[in-house]
Design a protein around this ligand. Sequence first.
Ligand code: G3P
Ligand code: CA
Length: 269
Amino acid sequence: VSAARAAHDGDGPVVVAHRGACAYAPENTLAAVDKAAELGVDWVENDVQRTKDGALVVLHDDSLRRTTDVEEVFPGRAPWKVRDFTAAEIARLDAGSWFGAAHAGARVPTLEQYVARVELHHQKLLLEIKNPELYPGIERQTLDVLANQGWLDRRHVSGRLVVQSFSADSVRTVHRTRPSVRTGLLGAPAVSELPAYAEFTDQINPSYTALSLGYVSAVQAFTGPHGRPLEVFAWTVDDPAEARRTAGYGVDGIITNRPDTVREATRTE
Ligand code: G3P
Ligand code: CA
């Protein structure tokens, strides 16, 4: 039994709230974490990047433009890249109004604030290091923040934390820096590449569009660095029929903007 399944009630895949429950609250905000908790979803996914003055913040795009009011607050600072703004500047932005008036005033959380909220709800964290090529050293820095928040103690590391990235180099760095931390590689590498990846990643996390029954079982036949079968968490599945199809492939987890819909669609008992 994989680590995810072992820690999970019921037979369906683990459900992960993508960027928080981001169909219902502005993505990657504390409100999206709260929404996931309200829906009874215990895994949340986020995206971590770095500010100009070296703080880690939770945001998906490399620009602040789509999900904040940065254009109004800082006109003339195009293209509004995260790395060109200080943490204090980013803290002034409204990261909720674009989603809906009810969410006006939501902020871009720091990683510390985000992890504290996840802890408050006793949730689990699938943390994505986003665009690591832009932020040298972000892996160690992320692990340092997690350590300071108490998230690298045995309880968290064993069952409540996975650090993932599209960059295999980044995932390898996380593994080498803190070998106890579980890791995930985003994408769908060829099966012939899996022996090399299984040295440092516990999960292979592909787009659901790239999946087949054969691929999922081929991945799960490998053993990861912690002595368990490699897991597969598929993203981003919102449609109930697609969720059922993906669950039917035997994936360990489904990452979704609509965790309530996917949980209902894939419930087996
Ligand atoms: O967790 C998987 C998924 O988040 C990867 O894609 O672009 O939403 O970060 P993206
Ligand atoms: Ca992500």
